[in-house]
Write a protein that binds this ligand. Structure first.
Ligand code: GDP
Ligand code: IMO
Ligand code: MG
Length: 426
């Protein structure tokens, strides 16, 4: 049994990581979010109730688990406080079970404006979620205009910082044609100092906390947001998010070295989806794609946008599994394919007349790739009540075996419905 496990998406997000984190959280003491922000939407269905987590780790649903929002996350305080309030209203006691890193960066309203300001903005070109995540990470890397959670706890310091930053942001927004969205440093300083006070009891040196926990032998589960193909370095750049959403983000995003993580669960859908712009070789722009969208209820948790749907892309997942160091696969939403006569897997690409079995480095090349599909018979049986591998129809097992073979990893878990119980383990 390894002390640390990471759950990571191997596609373009929404692989149902939330369900897996919730299942594995039972065997862990701490659940850590290490990247992204409220651009994530993780859903758990338990005891007939649907829980949607955005910024707060999915571990919060388990009363014996401590949840940590680590340094790599970007936090929009009103959203954070709203999510805590929503959880408490639904009977989940957050209290001292939630820690927020003093080093995490803070999203301000000007970040939200920056994301959507002017022609050619990220919201328009990349189809971002509009949560200010990208502009906040830009400021983090740029250093001059960034504010960390710890700075919210010192009102005088915060006011001085915002007096420097806000005029620069106003000039930027004006230049981008968003001149009606001007901000007042004094007002923002008051508002954010008040958020700081409301967040104070959660704020901690989470790096120290996690290292102490490691020494005490406590078990830690890392919950990646987004997916490896949206990683700012390893994804389909520039149609990616602004953080390291592969397992690689765990080390910098939490301060826990990857050498401590023995198990990396690569979560995939039994098909593919993507929200927003960017190349998607196995995309189905037809009745089958629409059928998958309807059956899988493929509409974004955060923005409500219809997700683009397509066949499982074994080339892309093999690449993502390698980059994230996945040690096993969890195949999700297998039930969604149950009504299809036949199912296909993208096993290679055709790029400019040549067959290749790897992901090309650029999105321009990937957009020119045509999928080479392998067809397998469908199983035409409802899987929702299957709980043991041996009860799966033969065709469904053959499909899973082929995915496993193409990706080169064992399938350890299969999900056949949104509920916690609709899970098959090997
Ligand atoms: P995440 O962002 O990776 O946590 O995934 P999301 O929560 O955004 O999207 C996954 C969706 O699929 C959620 O609505 C889940 O409730 C749902 N889901 C999870 N597992 C299954 C499954 O095996 N079958 C079906 N039909 N739905 C599932
Ligand atoms: P979870 O954790 C799916 C996508 C957006 C957009 C791109 C950049 O629920 O799997 P951003 O707002 O991050 O700058 O948008 O990334 N995206 C996601 N797609 N699931 C997510 O999170 C996503 N988070 C961001 O749609 O294409
Ligand atoms: Mg999601």
């Amino acid at each position: 049994m390894t002390q640390c496990t990471c759950v990571v998406g191997l596609q373009w997000g929404d692989e149902a990581k939330g369900k897996i984190v919730d299942l594995l959280a039972e065997e862990h003491d701490i659940v850590v979010r290490f990247n992204g922000g409220a651009n994530a939407g993780h859903t758990v269905v338990a005891d007939g109730r649907v829980h949607k987590l955005s910024l707060i780790p999915t571990g919060i649903l388990r009363s014996e688990v401590t949840s940590v929002i680590a340094n790599g996350v970007v936090i929009y305080p009103p959203r954070f406080l709203e999510e805590v309030a929503q959880l408490e209203a639904s009977g989940i006691i957050v209290g001292q079970r939630l820690l927020v890193s003093d080093r995490a960066h803070v999203i301000f309203p000007y970040h939200l404006e920056e994301e959507k300001a002017g022609a050619g903005c990220a919201a328009e070109v990349i189809g971002t979620t509009g949560r200010g995540v990208g502009p906040c990470y830009q400021d983090k890397v740029g250093r001059i205009s960034a504010i960390r959670v710890a700075e919210l706890l010192d009102a005088d310091h915060l006011r001085r910082r915002l007096e420097e930053i806000v005029p620069r942001k106003n000039r930027l927004l004006q230049a981008l044609g968003a001149g009606t969205s001007m901000f007042c440093a004094e007002e923002l300083a008051c508002e954010y100092a008040a958020y700081g006070e409301r967040m104070r009891s959660y704020v901690a040196d989470t790096v120290r906390y996690l290292h102490q926990a490691l020494q005490q032998g406590r078990r830690i589960l890392f919950e990646a947001a987004q997916g490896t193909l949206l990683d700012v370095d390893h994804g389909t750049y520039p149609f990616v998010t602004s953080s390291h959403s592969s397992a690689a983000g765990l080390w910098s995003g939490s301060g826990v070295p990857a050498t401590r993580v023995g198990r990396i669960v690569g979560v995939v859908k039994a098909y593919s989806t993507r929200v927003g712009a960017g190349p998607f070789p196995t995309e189905l722009d037809d009745a089958i794609g629409e059928k998958i969208r309807q059956t899988g209820r493929e509409y974004g948790t955060v923005t409500g946008r219809p997700r683009r749907c397509g066949w499982f892309d074994a080339v892309a997942v093999r690449y993502a599994a390698a980059v994230s160091g996945a040690t096993e696969l969890a195949v999700m939403l297998l039930d969604v394919l149950s009504e299809l006569e036949q199912v296909a897997i993208g096993v290679a690409y055709e790029l400019d007349g040549e067959r290749i079995d790897y992901m090309p480095a650029t999105s321009v090349q990937l957009a020119r790739c045509r999928p080479v599909l392998e067809w397998l018979p469908g199983w035409k049986r409802d899987l929702g009540s299957v709980r043991r591998p041996e009860d799966l129809p033969g065709a469904a097992r053959r499909y899973l075996d082929r995915l496993s073979q193409l990706v080169g990893l064992p399938v350890r878990l299969v999900s056949v419905g949104p509920d916690r119980r609709q899970t098959i383990r090997w």
